[in-house]
Ligand binder design. Sequence first.
Ligand SMILES: [Zn+2]
Ligand SMILES: [Zn+2]
Ligand SMILES: [Zn+2]
Length: 349
Amino acid sequence: MNQHAPKPTRTAATVDLTTEPPDQRIRTQSFRRQRQEQRQQLTVNSQPGTRRGSQQQEHVHSPPLNVNKPKVNTRPAVHIIEGLLPGRPLPTDGTCVILSHQDPEITSDQLITKFYNSYKPRDHNVKINRIAKISSSRIAIICNDQNSAVELSAFIPTIEGMTWSTAQKKRPILRIHGIPDKTTVEDLICQLKYHNDELANIQLDDSNFVFAFKKTEGDVKESNADFFFRCDAAIHKIFTANPFVRIDYRRCRVSNYSNFLQCWKCQMFGHSSSNCNQKIACSHCSEEHNTKDCTKKRTPKCVNCTKYNLRVKNPHFRLDCSHSAMTATCPIFRRMREIAHELTNYNGS
Ligand SMILES: [Zn+2]
Ligand SMILES: [Zn+2]
Ligand SMILES: [Zn+2]
């Protein structure tokens, strides 16, 4: 460290006095003297227990000082090349056809083989962009255009046992925090309707309010659980209009749950660790071990940004990798979360 560099003082930590004025012409002697006075005044006034520091800023003239400025998102804009994102979600623009088989024993690998053997896209003037396994028994065929998807879906019923559907926007997921773990879903719905006037006359059933899963780890308190429901956009709006719902004698927080998957094993997106066929990767240092076995706590390196950079030809568009793969510091994580939001039906359209 440069020993001649001026030491930052505690009082200066929240005050940016180094900002250059936008116009150099006003950097006159009187301006310097004025800033010097302001600097001295602020150092005196920002002692703990006084409010004069915040009063002082009202009298400061241009250029403004960054005193008590509200926090803004200062993350630099990052250019992400969409085609290089790991585990891209399925498009919902009518170009994606999802295939499954009436026999649930048929795996997605067998389904792909069966599809290849039964269908030659060129014979039908169909253009296929890619095929993706989306679960152990379903595959998605993403076509170049909607006409190709229509042609393809018309042919699928002629293949023995095969059925198809289109990729739709997902239903939003509602999270109700801190419910006693042993509560049944039926009991919970009864209590929601009984204790919350705004829900009393609303139908909550398997068609619009479906229990998805519950979570008892993480920041959930002992013997409590967070319950997650897939619901219609209208129901989601009613619940999230209030920060809390009453259940029995307690108030439980309600929030939206971002509906996107990140694999605990390989850190990629769009699949869970139970459907993962990738190499294991640590979310902290990107090496081949389980995250909880990681010993390199001080040197984060994001596996997704590292892999992304290997595929980016222009060095100008490479990403900074010095972060964990499972945090919002990661630009790929943030973009995948945004895409998940775009592909969730919050409007009921
Ligand atoms: Zn994985
Ligand atoms: Zn590690
Ligand atoms: Zn990253």
